[in-house]
Ligand binder design. Structure first.
Ligand SMILES: [Zn+2]
Length: 120
């Protein structure tokens, strides 16, 4: 029998416009909290609250590096649902920089491709 309970937990986590946008970003690779703040234009407290909901639902995992916390999408079911709902990512999709984000990827001059490999 399918695990209806855990699927429901996933769908509840997905059923929020900001969390959907965050997950859409996470499909492109590991993303730090400051990057979500910059792209979404939301305060850290709000961003952290939404990330906590995603983490409690088991969709993402967090990694701390110094003062920064990075999140990545680790749930294959959620990824498949996002791909079905939003359309698959283009072949050449990469992490999207944001000019007001202070994260190492956004402030680096190296191509995002090679960075996401390095920080992965
Ligand atoms: Zn950034």
């Amino acid at each position: 029998m399918p695990d209806y309970e855990s699927l429901t937990i996933r769908f509840k986590a997905l059923a929020h416009p900001v969390r959907l946008q965050m997950l859409d970003m996470l499909r492109r690779g590991e993303t730090c909290v400051c990057h979500f703040e910059a792209v979404l234009g939301k305060r850290q407290a709000y961003v952290s609250q939404q990330l906590m909901a995603l983490r409690e639902a088991g969709l993402v995992t967090a990694r701390r590096d110094g003062l920064r916390v990075y999140y990545r999408l680790t749930d294959d079911v959620a990824r498949a649902v996002l791909d079905a709902a939003l359309g698959p990512l283009p072949e050449d999709a990469t992490f999207e920089r944001h000019e007001s984000c202070p994260c190492p990827v956004c402030t680096s001059t190296i191509a995002p491709d090679s960075i996401s490999v390095r920080i992965a």
